[in-house]
Design a protein around this ligand. Structure first.
Ligand SMILES: Cc1cc2nc3c(=O)[nH]c(=O)nc-3n(C[C@H](O)[C@H](O)[C@H](O)COP(=O)(O)O)c2cc1C
Length: 191
């Protein structure tokens, strides 16, 4: 196991007015911040809008590229929209290619329904297959997301359960990122 912390980019994948994503992401990055084996860079899509024409040379695409390229693993904080992924997240994914390649991806997901974002995650697994990137088996999911907020609008999930779920997913992510770091050191990845 390498001693250098794994570089994890956390993508906040909702840009909706009144979005709940920042509350979920705040809890999750708190969990990540307690680990000594990972360092975090947060990419909030509301601050990094991508062009609909997918122009690889657009200034906003160029500006974000080094941060994604540096990542050794990704975690998407992603709500389910119409049984799939939010459009701005798909546009982000479509704006890049090598930056996603051969990297592990974790998911923190939620939705209004009992499905809890699982259908968005299953679509993301298919999308990331295009890059030889792959999703962690275990995910963090919040079904009926509004039930995890109190009357003041504070995010109050069952911490025992979700902290354990986050640890399980991050342990998997760390193992794969570390294994891939060693493999890429020996032989750079060629798709
Ligand atoms: C366009 C749209 C489609 C949605 N479709 C689903 C869905 O298929 N399943 C579900 O559980 N929740 C669905 N929801 C509810 C969202 O997952 C929920 O509102 C969540 O808070 C959205 O995340 P955000 O607040 O961070 O944007 C949908 C919401 C929107 C805006």
């Amino acid at each position: 196991m390498s001693t250098n912390p794994i570089k994890v980019v956390v993508v906040i994948a909702s840009t909706r007015v009144g979005r709940l994503a920042p509350s979920v992401a705040r809890w999750f990055t708190g969990q990540l911040g307690q680990r000594t084996d990972m360092v975090t860079d947060v990419v909030d899509l509301i601050d990094t809008p991508m062009p609909n024409d997918l122009d690889a040379n657009a200034p906003e695409v160029v500006a974000l590229r080094p941060r994604l390229a540096d990542a050794e693993a990704f975690v998407l904080v992603v709500p389910e929209y119409n049984r799939s992924v939010p459009g701005p997240l798909k546009t982000l994914i479509d704006c890049y290619n090598a930056e996603w390649e051969a990297k592990p991806v974790g998911f923190v997901t939620y939705g209004l329904s009992m499905a809890g974002g699982v259908r968005a995650v299953e679509h993301l697994r298919q999308i990331f297959a295009e890059f030889h990137s792959f999703g962690m088996k275990d995910i963090v999911t919040f079904p009926r997301i509004l039930s995890h907020f109190d009357a003041d609008g504070d995010f109050v999930p069952d911490l025992d359960g979700c902290n354990a779920a986050a640890k399980l997913m991050l342990d998997q992510l760390g193992w794969w990122a570390d294994a891939l770091r060693e493999a890429k050191d020996k032989r750079p990845y060629r798709s």
